[in-house]
Design a protein around this ligand. Structure first.
Ligand code: 4NP
Length: 164
């Protein structure tokens, strides 16, 4: 049997526009996995949107700024989810319930990817499980998103490492 223990793991994040939350999540997980020495295990990290509204765009400047303030490099071009993503990734993490519903609607029955809310990897109950859309709000929304994503990433990496 193949388990998480003896293979490389591919993870993708999904939001609506793929310019605010999911490119931030991708950058944060890459950073957290590297810091934990888990970057040889969690090797493929990407993100996409349920929509193609911003396809080809760089991340929102507020995402870039928040990541930069936390010394996390962010580098991505927006794209829309494609069917092949359900076979490329082991985990596809949705930011909110609408993203989850949209992904589950298009997910093939034999999807390799486990599709779930990233907030399922929450141990600190003071943090909201839902990574809310920050697009029309102020910079505090992006900072709140960052703290959530940093925490969920740490719990996820710890969980994967414990299976090593
Ligand atoms: P994201 O945020 O889903 O976190 O990338 C949004 C970006 C753009 C829009 C909505 C949410 N929009 O409506 O253009």
């Amino acid at each position: 049997m193949t388990t998480d223990q003896d293979r490389e793991i591919a993870v993708a994040f999904c939001c609506l526009g793929n310019i605010c939350r999911s490119p931030m999540a991708e950058a944060v997980l890459r950073h957290v996995a590297k810091e934990a020495g888990m970057d040889k295990t969690i090797t493929d990290i990407d993100s996409f949107g349920t929509s193609g509204f911003h396809a080809g765009d760089s991340p929102d400047r507020r995402t870039v700024q928040t990541c930069r303030q936390n010394n996390v490099p962010v580098n991505h071009f927006s794209r829309q989810v494609v069917m092949d993503d359900f076979n490329r990734f082991d985990y596809i993490f949705a930011m909110d319930r609408q993203n989850l519903e949209d992904l589950n609607y298009m997910r093939p029955k034999d999807s390799k990817a486990k599709v779930e809310l990233f907030g399922n990897y929450r141990e600190d109950m003071k943090l909201d499980r839902i990574v809310n859309d920050p697009y029309y709000g102020g910079p505090d929304g992006f900072q709140r998103n960052f703290r959530q994503l940093e925490h969920f990433s740490s719990v996820f990496v710890k969980n994967i490492a414990s299976k090593q």
